[in-house]
Design a protein around this ligand. Sequence first.
Ligand code: MN
Length: 307
Amino acid sequence: MVVSHDRPDGDAIGSAVGMGLLLKKLGKTVEIVNADPVPESLAFLPGSELIQAPSGQSDADLLIVLDSAGKDRISAAVWEMAARVQTVINIDHHVSNTGFGDLVYVDSVSPATGQIVFEIASFSSWPMDAAIAENLMAAISTDTGSFRYPATTPKTFHIAGELAALGVDLGRLNRMLYENYPERRVMALKLLLQNLRIDFEGRCASVSLPLTLSRELGLQTGDTEGVIDVIRAIDSVMVAVFFEELADGKIRVSSRSKNARYGVGEICARFGGGGHILAAGARLAGPLEIAVTRFLAAVEESLDRPI
Ligand SMILES: [Mn+2]
């Protein structure tokens, strides 16, 4: 059984499907499970149709958990389905990983879990094909912001080269990942930018998405990914934050920093979240305005007292 975190992003889907297809090629019986459906924007990935919702109890003896910093990143229904597994393998790249599981492989300098999956497969001489490569390439490309974030290393490009050589249609992949948005996604960006907040002498940019707006636009998981990249692109901005009001009243916070001296991982950890130094998230209690005020106060403190 192969799983990755709820509300899956490109790395969660790409690494899980990539790992699932690799194991299938080795003759294993594989179930790939996620409590949330594959985002429409990633459904083009070959093998993504293999991802199933948790149901009943699995006969799997081995559980591989990918791209998940803690057990709480995965729904209880998935853990219940995995109740009979004997061994849990935790493969991840979040520095905040709690180290759960029987076998733990956390490489916090790796830019994507998809890259770690490639390294394991390559080290083990597992056979790969274009479908596996496309999933791992999508995982690496999305988690590196198209090979732009600082965790991108020469090794990442080397691995991308090996993946491309397996027959990935790069033009198509990049078009499907970055130039295939539903109109509502750009409409959401337009409306969010109308309420863009710039604070602390231009060093912090933030936007908030109230539940009423996401319902009005019919937004789905993944539709707002990338909004944060637009606002962090402002030259003076060191920290960018995206606040999203969820159906349960909680506020999901995604944050990015351009400089390790103002790391957002530490700020999110203070609110019970975590992630990486330059990219982290947390969930705060609502209402939205209060969560925004509390989180931005912590950002201001960090900006005024760099590490
Ligand atoms: Mn990841």
